[in-house]
Design a protein. Sequence first.
Length: 407
Amino acid sequence: MKFPFYIARRYLFSKKSHNAINLISAISVCGVALTTMALVCTLSVFNGFHDLVSTLFTAFDADLRITPATGKTFLPDSVLLSQLKEREEVAVLTPIIEENAMVQYEGKQAMATIRGVEENYTDLTPITTVLYGEGKLNLKDSTHFYAIPGMQLLASLGASVYSYAPIEVYVPKRGERISLTNPTASFLHENLYTSGLTFAVNQAKYDGQYILTDIDFARKLLGYEKEVSALCLKVEEGTDVASFKNELKQLLGSGFMVADRYEQQYDTYKILQLEKFISYLFLAFVLLITCFNVLGSLSMLMIDKKQDVATLRNLGATHQQVIQIFVIEGILITALGALIGLVSGVILCLIQQWFGIITFANSASFIVDAYPVRVQFIDLLYILCTVLILGFLTVYYPARYLSKRFL
């Protein structure tokens, strides 16, 4: 293999008798390089959006969330709570109650998700970083329960953080069918008052649907006593969340599900991963077509090197070694293009990451001004393997056929 590789390497950089062969080889390298660079940039942009979405959800989602495997609620017994609180990895443990409801404000209605939380919810997540208004983070007093609705939901109801009229909350009575003759009798009804605060995490799922309130209000509205929808945990800094999650799964058994932040937003992250994979497949197909350009370069090189091949055979080179020379030549062209593309793609991504040169057309409508990017080593490895495998597959069999025809 050393002999064919040595000759192929000489052919790659040596001057050919016809300038057209050099030009075709250069075009082949540039085609592979550009496609490889496009793969690096595209996958890195998806990584950037993945990180951006992660930072948005951080202020609203807990590190880990324990929910029942079946049903909406469960009773957290003292043994379970004590087991969780005794774990040194747990920094904050708090229950929440979530339920869908219809809300109404001065005749305007909307569907919402009521999230009842305890006082230590601010220790669980940095919710205060996404709060707007002049009120205090106080969800109840001796006479009233207060609400912190999402900004979009507040706007859809025609309300504001300074509204004095109550937000009416309706939920259907459990185990009863809605009466067509008197629908209001089939609903439980309570009032919430605006606290002077609203939140905005720049995600319609939250801003246009969620209302934060006290857990006692949720229990009163739904007729619960000690039931909870989930137990939310904040882990100590430095804890391996994935490893701790697996430990909790074994501790709690099959009756509970433990989800990290990504699993809590499964639909969103699944869409991002699917879009990234589809983009990868599309560009890999373009790369496959680009690799066929290498065949043109190889066929011209074979014609140009007929005399060299005859000399090599007279010196004892076998037909198999001659084939290997041109197969390796094609792989080297592909590898050179891949290397140039990887380096160029990484440089472009780093420039975009540091300086944000490519911006959105209407940056005021987006959370960030420029496209977010993050280069992952594993992506570079996948891209390199893809280029080399496709380059080998598109060169090996055609090179054997062309060598028999031209040599």
